[in-house]
Design a protein around this ligand. Sequence first.
Ligand code: SAM
Ligand code: DTB
Ligand code: SF4
Length: 355
Amino acid sequence: MPTASLQHYGESRHDWTRQQVLDLFALPFNDLLFTAQQVHRVHFDANRVQVSTLCSIKTGACPEDCAYCPQSARYDTGLEREKLMKVEKVLEEARAAKASGATRFCMGAAWRSPKKKDMPYVTQMVREVKALGMETCMTLGMLNDDQAQELADAGLDYYNHNLDTSPEYYGEIITTRTYQDRLETLGRVRAAGMKVCAGGIIGMGEGEKDRAGLLMQLANLPDHPESVPINMLVKVAGTPLEEERDLDPFEFIRCIAVARIMMPKSHVRLSAGREAMSDEMQAMAFLAGANSIFYGEKLLTTANPEANKDMQLFQRLGIQPEEYQQYADEAAVEAELAAQITEQQNDPFFYDAAK
Ligand code: SAM
Ligand code: DTB
Ligand code: SF4
């Protein structure tokens, strides 16, 4: 048990060495989970899980060659390509997601990067989904500075862009964009003032050192991503990874626990792959510090557990969905402003122009 260093856990660090990360992975399973659960409780209510719903706003025919992805035009996965969804249809889906309890709406497009002509539509989607009282997230591929700023100006809360795996293993999975391209997009999202959602996929044939390498890249960013999706590969027929061997479920749980320890203030999302997980495995992921899920029958193109099954699981585990903080924060801002105004009115030199 790493008791000597336990006192430091819970603090955000950005200087992880590969050996330190591998040492976490090498802990006895019980010690690792216990440590992760302790770290989790420093910053979070351990019985609350954030709930996001995905929507594929542009499906299929993607020019990229990501070996896991059913949406790449290079693989025959039987997926019907679709044009950019109409704003009204996106809103319909967002309203339904809100009605079934999601607080964040994540819109994904099968693009290498958005085109200039797409930007007015996606920014309108952001504005209108936000107006429904939901948090917004988009994942549209690589962004340039102007696009990042346009999305931020429209009020986009989160931008999702995954590193997917370690820099060393990356070339086995994608050849059409570099790791550096991904890091640059993440830098632009941050510079534009949006929250970062960045994680990866486990179970693509990578080794433990690659899982450590991915988490090290994420945790050593200048700021930790606010949201860290850990996806378990969904093996889709027709993709190069369809025959990939099953991952030991404990290796996946270890990954969640190590992510929780390394990025103590981030939401760690138990993302794709839940359809293939037992309730017990998901419960173990929550115990390891996962505190966000994708909710709703579909991810982007593949199946996800049914909403009522998730709600039953939450009930059985005594988990509550996390509430959207907007109203609490706004109320706090209003209260603060009201307090300042009263203070000013008591100031003998205060001139009230309203009188
Ligand atoms: N095209 C954009 C991009 O790649 O940045 C956005 C959409 S893309 C589908 C978003 C992420 O979904 C990928 O980075 C990958 O991590 C995840 N993903 C895609 N297919 C997956 C699969 N079969 N299993 C698990 N995760 C997957
Ligand atoms: C993320 O990390 N996982 C989500 C979201 N970000 C966009 C996507 C999972 C996609 C799984 C395969 C599919 O449904 O197409
Ligand atoms: Fe295209 Fe994104 Fe799929 Fe890669 S992950 S093929 S970029 S949709």
